[in-house]
Design a protein around this ligand. Structure first.
Ligand code: HEM
Length: 410
């Protein structure tokens, strides 16, 4: 198949930032899987839309991040002088071993299933407090007023951000998602990225000072101790990874809650089933992750020549994009109507949290936050209605898939 495969109406097969794609990527994915499952874009990037190839790339050591080289290939050699790209180059998410192993090892203990289970009462308390405040109003935006506050509060707790500093994080911009999209940023967007990165770095440097003087029982205090040791973590790495944890820790979870609630309301039989059988919530969360994942794509670079991946040869240095959302709808893995929401579906193991060494650090935390947020809402507001479930407004990003707003009333 050649690299200029078009759809029947002449539109490119993979055009992830087009409004139709953002509104509903799933018919586009189906076309990709059936006509050109290892599609090559006009820029020479491979796009894996089937589960088999996407999942293999994430787990295979012949693929890695190779972030600096990959970014220079895309933008030119001067790009690493831009602070936002320098900062991202230190994210564990963008590192290969051994640096990835070192960075992840420093924080992994804070995210074990046991530690996260212990957070249940705190999560329930935040959800109940938010609803106590909102219920008398009779309406809300499920995204800004409800889904957003929970993960932001929890990640602030984990990092040790004092209560009195938090308001700015609750009201801050949620436009950082564009940094992850597979379409190059414009000079204006780079400028904006540099400015947000500088603000966050400045804030965290001040917080580091505070925690050096007054240590707390939090991740930043722990990481500062590793930084002081010198060989474990540089100051630049510390700042960058705190920014990563802060961003990764909320945007994705907000969208899991928002996309899950939208899916339920568009499928009233499933909504009624979950209300009648609340014990289905754990499986329902896996199904929400599968049905409309809040992360749609992640990429890798071939670290050596790959002779055959889904019938294509991938030369060393070329990028492969793994379409997680498409893999989650692949009938080869989900033979029973993958396009349907079915909260009783057996064996749901979505690729939404990735796979291999970069498997999402916050997966269990996100699951529990969404479980408590969605089940408590259904219990306390059983008559809640969405004002616009047919044509809601999506955020204009592709990697992070989520709603701008989701007005509801009761
Ligand atoms: C990595 C998705 C929530 C922190 C990842 C990756 C995916 C993902 C797909 C792997 C990317 C890759 O392989 O290139 C999600 C989704 C979430 C979610 C769908 C919610 C529904 C969270 C939360 C946190 C978090 C709550 C932290 C509080 C991270 C970190 C990494 C990561 C630090 C990098 C891990 C590494 O490189 O080793 N996430 N995430 N995520 N996630 Fe999440």
């Amino acid at each position: 198949m050649n690299e200029h495969v078009q759809t029947g109406n002449g539109a490119p097969l993979f055009n992830p930032l087009s409004p139709e794609f953002i509104k509903n990527p799933y018919p586009h994915y189906e076309r990709m899987r059936t006509t050109d499952p290892m599609h090559v874009t006009p820029l020479g990037v491979f796009v894996a839309s089937r589960h088999a190839e996407a999942s293999l790339v994430l787990r295979d050591k012949r693929f890695g991040k190779d972030y600096v080289e990959r970014t220079i290939r895309r933008y030119g050699p001067k790009i690493m002088e831009e602070p936002v790209f320098r900062s991202m180059s230190h994210w564990m998410l963008q590192q290969d071993p051994p640096d990835h192993t070192r960075l992840r090892g420093l924080v992994v203990k804070a995210f074990t299933a046991r530690r996260v289970e212990d957070m249940r009462p705190r999560i329930q308390h935040i959800v109940d407090e938010t609803l106590d405040r909102i219920i008398p109003q009779g309406k809300m935006d499920l995204i800004e007023d409800y889904a957003f506050r929970l993960p932001v509060t929890i990640i602030c707790d984990m990092l040790g951000i004092p209560e009195e500093h938090r308001e700015v994080f609750y009201t801050g911009s949620r436009d950082g998602g564009r940094l992850l999209d597979p379409v190059p940023l414009s000079p204006d967007e780079i400028k904006q990225g540099n400015a947000s990165n500088a603000m966050a770095a400045m804030y965290f440097q001040q917080l580091f000072e505070l925690r050096r003087k007054t240590p707390g029982d939090d991740l930043i205090t722990q990481l500062l101790q590793a930084e002081e040791d010198g060989s474990k973590l540089s100051n630049e790495e510390l700042t960058a990874n705190i920014i990563l944890l802060f961003g990764a820790g909320h945007e994705t979870t907000v969208n899991l809650i928002g996309n899950g609630l939208l899916a339920l309301h568009r499928n009233p039989d499933q909504l009624e089933l979950l209300k009648a059988r609340p014990e289905l919530i754990t499986n329902a969360i896996e199904e929400f992750l599968r049905y409309d994942s809040s992360v749609q794509l992640t990429g890798r670079v071939a670290l050596e020549d790959i002779e055959d991946l889904g019938g294509k040869r991938i030369p060393k240095g070329e990028s492969v994009l793994c379409l997680l959302g498409s893999a989650n709808h692949d009938p080869a893995v989900y033979p029973d109507h993958p396009e349907r929401l079915d909260i009783t579906r057996p064996n749901v193991r979505p690729l939404s949290f990735g796979g291999g060494i970069h498997f999402c650090l916050g997966a269990q935390l996100a699951r529990i936050e969404a479980e408590i947020a969605i089940s408590t809402l259904l219990r306390r507001l059983p008559d809640l209605r969405l004002d616009d479930a047919i044509n809601p407004e999506w955020r204009p990003t592709f990697v992070l898939r989520g709603l701008k707003r989701l007005p509801a009333s009761w």
